[in-house]
Design a protein around this ligand. Structure first.
Ligand SMILES: N[C@@H](CCC(=O)N[C@@H](CS)C(=O)NCC(=O)O)C(=O)O
Length: 223
């Protein structure tokens, strides 16, 4: 299949994996450029020229457009590659539906991802062997919010799967590694995670979760 752009990535990153879900759902093909973050490849001048913020995922479209931040990349890809003959359910044009999806995307960026970072960064930077109780407690707050978001429907922004699900499932499955989701306490979250796991491309798109876990095990010495 002809590729439509290049994705600078590392599969350990939940944000990268969210883009991979979107790519699989759209049935498009990208050229993948792996950056070895441990070796600081994302800090090299050639990459900084493309993305001065030096984050993955970063996308360079064949039309020359450069986009970074997983949320922006996902919406760009869906807008550009949705089949014009089919309803675009992954990121619908309807203003009200899109507002709910955007809220979930910003929730990921401003609450869920920072919660994961608050657990992981002290392990990396301060060489802690276990995350703090306070940082872990934040995960419960995320689960509490998601339980409410999922009160009336199967997916995070309604009855249909959207890029909001792709955005949050990758970060949440990483959080679940540190703070397992308790089905008794958060039944709707647990059910939604299972619905995402049933997607035919789940294993392929989220395979980097295993690498993420091994990276953490390497830091903490735990299994
Ligand atoms: N909100 C961003 C987060 C991107 C991000 O922080 N990626 C991390 C890896 S998970 C990264 O590239 N860190 C390297 C750096 O900041 O230098 C997104 O959704 O793309």
């Amino acid at each position: 299949m002809k590729t439509v752009g290049k994705l600078y990535m590392s599969k350990t990153s939940p944000a990268v994996r969210s883009v991979l879900f979107t790519v699989k759902a759209l049935g498009i093909s990208l050229e993948y450029i792996n950056l070895d973050m441990k070796q600081g490849e994302h800090l090299k001048p050639d990459f900084i020229k493309i993305n001065p913020q030096h984050t993955v995922p970063t996308y360079v479209d064949d039309d020359g457009t450069i986009v970074w931040d997983s949320h922006a990349i996902m919406s760009f890809l869906v807008e550009k590659h949705s089949n014009p003959n089919e309803a675009n359910t992954l990121y619908p044009a309807n203003l009200a539906q899109r507002a709910v999806i955007n809220q979930r995307l910003f929730f990921e960026a401003s609450v869920v991802y920072p919660t994961l970072r608050g657990i992981v960064l002290p392990l990396v930077q301060q060489k802690l062997k276990t995350p703090s109780t306070e940082a872990l407690q934040e995960a419960q707050t995320v689960y509490d919010f998601l339980e409410v978001f999922l009160a009336d429907h199967k997916f995070l922004a309604g009855q249909n799967l959207t890029i909001a699900d792709f955005s949050i499932i990758t970060t949440l499955t990483a959080l679940d590694y540190f703070v397992p989701i308790d089905e008794a306490k958060h039944p709707k979250v647990a059910k939604w995670v299972n619905s995402c796991k049933e997607l035919p491309y789940y294993n392929e798109a989220n395979e980097g979760l295993q690498q993420f876990k091994e990276f953490i095990q390497g830091l903490t010495g735990a299994s």
